[in-house]
Design a protein around this ligand. Structure first.
Ligand code: FAD
Length: 405
C-alpha cells in the first residue's frame, strides 16, 4: 500500500445502516457530493440482501404496472437494479427467477433485462466516446440541476426528492426528469445525467447515458415529451394536490425537435469491449481484485480462486471527480462488509493503479473503459469472462430493435 493510502477493512463487518453511514462519513466523507444524509435508501447493500430480494421476487402484475409511480403499493417495478448494477445478481439469474411467473409478466420483465444488456453492449462499443458523437440536442439554457427546474410542481418535487432520499426511481420518472430538464427546459442533458448518476444506487454510465440519450431523442427520431398527461395517468394524487394544479406549467406537450443527424458508422459495426470468452490465466494470482462492476459472492474471479484474498480499492482520484452521493458509497460499503464476513477482504482507499502495483491479480473483466485503462497498468494474471447474456459480436447497435434481431 502506498504512503498515505488507507486500509479500511478492520472496521467493516456487521455494519448497521447508521454504522455504514458513519463509516462512509469518516473514511470517504471528503469525497461525497452531498451532506451524507441517508434517509431511506431503496435497497441495502450486500449479497445476502440481493439474494433475499431475488428469492422474494414476484413479478405478477409487472406488465401492467411496471410504470406505475404513485401510490407506492401500486408499483410493480422490482428495484433489483442496484444489485444488477454491481454484479450481485446477473441478468441471467434475474431471468431464471421469474420462470414460474404469469407469461405476460415474465415476458415483459425479461424484455427489460434485455434492454439492460443492450445498454451494456452499446457502451462496450462507444465507451467514453458516447458523450460526443451521440449528442444531437444542443443546450439552449444553462443552469444547475435540480434548482433550475425545481418549482412548486408536485411531480418534479416528489420525484427529485425521491431520488435524493432513496437513490432510486422507477423508469417512468427517470424519463420525466430527463425530458423536463432537457427537452422542455433546454438544459444540457449531460448536466442532468451527471446529477442523476451521482444519486442513483444503480447509476451506470451504460444505462444512465442511454436513458438520457433516448429521452432527448439521440439515436431515435423523436425526443420524449413529458406533460401533465403522464402524471394524471401514473400519479394522479400529485396533480390533485399540486399548488399549480390550475396553472400547470406542463399542461401541454413540449415542443421538441430531434436534433442533428449523427454519424452512426461506429454503431453499425465495430470493435466491442467484450473481454475474453473464457478465463485467460498466465500464472496463479496473489489476490482477487474486485471492481464496482462485480461485487458479488458469485463474481467469476472470486469463485475461480476460492482461497485467494480479495481486494477492493475505493478509487480516490475517481471518487474525487465523480462526487457521488453518500447513499451510493453506503451501498458499496454494506456490500463489502457483507462479503468480508465470508471472505478475507482488504479494502483500500487510494489509486488502484498505485495500490495494486506489482501484485499478481485475478479479476473479472468489466466492459467499461476505466477497467481497460487500469488493467493496462496492472499485473492481471487471470482475467475471467464478464457475465454477458449474449456476448457482443461487433454487430449493429444503432437501436435496441436493430440489435435484438
Ligand atoms: C433517464 C434514465 C436513466 C436511467 N439510468 C439508469 C442507470 O443508471 N442504471 C440502470 O440500471 N438503469 C437505468 N435506467 C433504466 C431503468 O430506468 C432502470 O434500470 C429501472 O428503473 C431500475 O428499476 P427496477 O430494477 O425496478 O427495474 P425493473 O422494471 O424491475 O426491471 C428489471 C431490470 O431490468 C433492467 N431494466 C429495466 N428497465 C430498463 C431500461 N429502460 N433500460 C435498461 N435496463 C432496464 C434493469 O436492470 C432492472 O433492474 C435509466 C432509464 C432512464 C430513462
Amino acid at each position: 500500500m502506498s504512503e498515505g493510502a488507507t486500509d479500511l477493512v478492520p472496521q467493516l463487518p456487521n455494519l448497521s445502516i447508521d454504522d455504514a453511514a458513519s463509516w462512509v462519513a469518516q473514511h470517504l466523507g471528503h469525497l461525497v457530493g452531498d451532506s451524507g444524509a441517508v434517509a431511506i435508501p431503496a435497497r441495502r447493500g450486500g449479497q445476502r440482501a440481493a439474494d433475499a430480494a431475488l428469492a422474494a421476487l414476484d413479478v405478477t402484475g409487472y406488465a401492467k404496472r411496471r410504470s406505475q409511480v404513485h401510490p407506492l403499493q401500486r408499483r410493480a417495478a422490482t428495484v433489483l437494479s442496484p444489485y444488477i448494477r454491481h454484479g450481485l445478481l446477473t441478468l441471467a439469474e434475474a431471468s431464471a427467477a421469474v420462470a414460474g411467473a404469469p407469461a405476460a409478466d415474465r415476458r415483459k420483465f425479461i424484455d427489460e433485462l434485455w434492454w439492460q444488456e443492450y445498454t451494456r453492449h452499446l457502451y462496450a462499443r462507444v465507451g467514453t466516446r458516447n458523450t460526443a458523437p451521440l449528442r444531437r440536442r444542443p443546450a439552449t439554457a444553462a443552469g444547475q440541476w435540480p434548482d433550475a427546474i425545481r418549482n412548486d410542481m408536485s411531480c418534479v418535487q416528489s420525484v427529485s426528492d425521491e431520488l435524493e432520499q432513496t437513490g432510486w426511481l422507477v423508469n417512468q420518472t427517470r424519463m420525466w426528469l430527463a425530458s423536463h430538464w432537457s427537452v422542455r427546459a433546454g438544459h444540457d442533458w449531460r448536466v442532468g445525467e451527471e446529477w442523476m448518476f451521482r444519486h442513483l444506487l444503480d447509476g451506470s454510465r451504460a444505462a444512465n447515458r442511454y436513458g438520457w440519450q433516448w429521452s432527448v431523442g439521440a439515436m431515435t427520431s423523436e425526443a420524449y415529451g413529458f406533460s401533465r398527461w403522464q402524471v394524471e395517468r401514473r400519479a394522479p394524487a400529485w396533480c390533485a394536490s399540486c399548488p399549480l394544479a390550475s396553472e400547470c406549467p406542463i399542461q401541454d406537450w413540449p415542443t421538441a425537435s430531434p436534433g442533428e443527424r449523427i454519424d452512426d458508422a461506429l454503431l453499425r459495426a465495430g470493435p466491442d469491449l467484450a473481454g475474453p470468452d473464457e478465463a485467460e490465466i498466465t500464472a496463479a494470482p496473489e489476490q482477487v481484485w474486485l471492481t464496482a462492476e462485480s461485487l458479488g459472492d458469485r463474481d467469476p474471479a472470486l469463485m475461480a480462486w476460492p482461497t485467494s484474498p480479495a481486494v477492493f480499492v475505493f478509487d480516490e482520484p475517481l471518487l474525487d471527480r465523480l462526487r457521488l452521493s453518500a447513499k451510493r458509497l453506503v451501498f458499496i460499503a454494506e456490500t463489502l462488509a457483507d462479503l468480508a464476513e465470508r471472505r478475507p477482504l482488504r479494502i483500500v482507499l487510494g489509486d488502484p493503479v498505485v495500490e495494486l502495483h506489482g501484485v499478481a491479480l485475478a479479476s473479472t473483466f468489466a466492459p467499461v473503459p476505466g477497467y481497460q485503462r487500469r488493467t493496462a497498468l496492472l499485473n492481471v494474471v487471470a482475467t475471467h469472462p464478464y457475465s454477458w447474456m449474449r456476448r457482443p459480436s461487433g454487430g449493429d447497435v444503432r437501436s435496441h430493435s436493430a440489435w435484438i434481431r
